[in-house]
Design a protein around this ligand. Sequence first.
Ligand code: TZP
Ligand code: MG
Length: 216
Amino acid sequence: MNTSNWQTYLVTQESLSNGKRTVEVVEAAIDGGVDVVQLREKDTDARWRYELGRKLRERTAEAGVALLVNDRVDIAQAIDADGVHLGQSDLPVAVARDLLGPEAVIGCSTATVEEAIEAEAAGADYLGVGAIYGTDSKKNVPEEKNGTGLELVSEIAATVSIPVIGIGGVTASNAPSVLEAGATGVAMISEITAADDPATSTREVAADVSGEVGSD
Ligand code: TZP
Ligand code: MG
């Protein structure tokens, strides 16, 4: 799977969806042209995520959209997801690779150049970099990692040769700057999940970032 084509990336969190169900948000995002969906849903139990994951797998497979699972290699396997997204406190990338095999997509969250180099060396397929503009959507982000800015995106993109996806406070209006800084795509929770109309919101981001491709 070619992760360098991923421009518009939705991270789900039903508790940040203003009463909407994640299934609805994902269906709308697919309608709006999302490239990849990450089932995140912190603070829910494994069974709930598994049941939701099965539904999301059905919708994303039908639409040809990639599906990843945050943190949990076992849930990714159980729902036949395309891979996982791991943070610095999750299973190491190399261990997940052994468990999931060469075809699986493994993404890794990085907030320093050192973490980025290590994740690439361990076999990550892409990096999540942030929280660029700062975020309230993720709990326990250390102050120095909340609002890392575009410079970090540029530095990491210039250092590694795998795709960089910017995350953290990304909106339709600032998404083009993230790509200009060297990211290949942008990941969002609230810009899409909390929108009154997640399909339109996704469409706006997708249009804004696709305008960046090949432009200077
Ligand atoms: N990792 C870094 S920032 C973040 C995650 C999961 C949350 C992004 O949420 P939002 O609402 O797009 O700022
Ligand atoms: Mg994690």
